[in-house]
Design a protein around this ligand. Structure first.
Ligand code: GLA
Length: 518
């Protein structure tokens, strides 16, 4: 039964409940306000639009506990763990080190919270000025590493029958990097088709990184604004009697932070085939955060299978910088060539360090499957013509792919002459496909010999010193035991047989290259 008093108490109960509700909701409100306005905790995204319509992404997934900031940083395809921090919302620094522990690469940012924004700055190279950016709050999972797809079991990918001699052509990266676009590719194809390079054997026009857009709703890879119609571009390049190559990564992102083929391998291979692509360079980069080096063969096999399933002849170029002795398994996963080193630079040091470091790999090169000491820098301006002749000679002795990396539309006659030296190219393209090796070395002078078909040999006398050098040898010391026909491949003239000994003066950083035959 209700008493009279129940009636009178009712407004008090309501009032009390209201007061409790107000206190709780206000506390909650201030708590949220504190989270969003005074704490660094949360996921922050920097979106920097590129001119090609794509976006360069950086994420800061931060947790602030007192004066300690932990969490992770993702810069395009690179994932870092925050290992060090100072300060707080009013001013902080964070240092991230590579999450996969495979490199000591690190990043450092300084920043502060300004209202709802994180103002943050970093040096993209140690000597570069500060790059400032603004991060906004993002959804928690955004920018996180995608789930790992387990690598497939290993099997042998059938030989595609391509690249019986080392591929010859051009690649956009060394000269143009992110500035390559449709018009550039077309005009490079025009140049190659008309300047004598095509006749000398150059065939592939390869677009490197930065052509990629995102994906459509069905997951199909899209091109970005720089490449409005890849199929039309392929048709154009084919109309010049040349072939078109493209680039991707087995990771979610490429080295330059563009869309990779991760989880879309078969779909991408199919798209490439539909476009009329003839060559794929597949660059590890963004895959390093998901897979170990030991898993590389399985991951490369996946694209090898995907290309093979298209039934289109597509040269398969592995680019993983020579890790895990790729020369021992590159052919088994369908590779026609595999990079053996890190990136070449347009300098004498870089080129010679790479080129003269290939001696032990000779046994792994054979028709269809080549060691790739990276693309040519000939004509890019960082070396002298003598040094570029050394580059061309060494790459030919090494049976290396000859992928010009310069601007073919505006090169000097000397550069063109180096790239189109047919006698040197004939060495590179020798059908037996045997890679040459170092036969003799004394100080800065080295002699490399490559066996050629018909019992002939290419012999290159290199001088790595900064002054001219005279080399005298007994032919027998480098395996030449009979009187032979000698041809100087740079002077384009026969050399009289000098008898059992031979002396030659080699210019500084230069080469004398002979064909020795019966
Ligand atoms: C890596 C490769 C280079 C080039 C760039 C593109 O560094 O080794 O040859 O493809 O990526 O981002």
């Amino acid at each position: 039964m209700k008493s009279k008093n129940d009636h009178r108490r009712f407004p008090f109960i309501i009032g009390f409940a209201l007061a409790i509700f107000l206190v709780v909701s206000l506390t909650a409100h201030f708590a949220t306000a504190q989270q969003s306005n005074t704490s660094l905790t949360g996921n922050w995204a920097v979106r920097e639009p590129r001119a090609d319509g794509t976006v360069r992404l950086t994420y800061f997934n931060l947790k602030q506990e007192g004066s300690r900031i932990t969490g992770s940083i993702r810069v395009t395809q690179f994932y870092y763990l925050i290992t060090d921090s100072t300060g707080g919302p009013e001013g902080f620094t964070i240092t991230g080190t590579m999450k996969d522990g495979k490199s000591d690469r690190s990043v450092k940012y300084e920043g502060k919270l300004v209202g709802d924004e994180l103002h943050i700055a970093t040096r993209r190279r140690p000597d570069a000025p500060l790059t400032e950016m603004v991060a906004h709050r993002a959804h928690l999972g955004e920018g996180a590493l995608p789930a790992r797809i387990p690598p497939p079991a290993l099997h042998k990918v059938p030989d595609n029958g391509l690249a019986r001699t080392p591929p010859m052509g051009w690649n956009s990266w060394n000269k143009f990097a992110g500035r390559v676009d449709d018009a550039t590719v077309r005009s490079i194809a025009d140049a190659m088709a008309s300047n004598g390079m095509k006749e000398a054997g150059y065939l592939y026009i390869n677009i490197d990184d930065t052509w990629e857009g995102g994906r459509d709703a069905q997951g199909n890879i899209l091109t970005n604004k720089k490449f409005p119609d890849m199929k039309a571009l392929a048709d154009y390049v084919h109309s010049k009697g040349l072939k078109l190559g493209i680039y991707s990564s087995p990771g979610p992102n490429t080295c330059a932070g563009y869309e990779g083929s991760y989880g879309h391998e078969a779909q991408d291979a199919h798209t490439y085939a539909q476009w009329g692509i003839d060559y794929l360079k597949y660059d590890w980069c963004g895959a390093r955060t998901l897979y170990t080096d030991e898993e590389m063969p399985a991951i490369y096999q996946k694209m090898g299978d995907a290309l093979s399933a298209t039934h289109r002849p597509i040269v398969y170029s592995l680019c993983q910088y020579g890790r895990l002795d790729v020369w021992k398994w590159g052919a088994d996963v369908g590779g026609n060539l595999w990079r053996t080193t890190g990136d070449i630079r347009d300098s004498w040091d870089s080129m010679t360090k790479i080129g003269f470091g290939q001696n032990d790999l000779a046994q792994y090169a054979k028709p269809g499957h080549w060691n790739d000491p990276d693309m040519l820098e000939i004509g890019n301006g960082g070396m002298t013509d003598a040094e570029y002749r050394t580059h061309m000679s060494l790459w030919s002795i090494l049976a290396a792919p000859l992928l010009a990396g310069n601007d073919l539309r505006s090169m000097s006659p000397a550069t063109l002459a180096i790239l189109t030296n047919r006698e040197v190219i004939a060495v590179n393209q020798d059908r037996e496909g045997k890679q040459g090796t170092r036969a003799w070395k004394s100080g800065d002078q080295e002699i490399w010999v490559r066996p050629l078909s018909g019992g002939a040999k290419a012999v290159a006398f290199f001088n790595r010193a900064g002054g001219d050098a005279k080399v005298s040898i007994h032919w027998a010391d480098i395996g030449i035991t009979d009187k032979s026909h000698l041809r100087d491949l740079w002077l384009h003239q026969d050399v009289e047989w000098p008898g059992p000994e031979y002396s030659v003066t080699i210019p500084a950083h230069g080469v004398v290259m002979l064909r020795v035959s019966r």
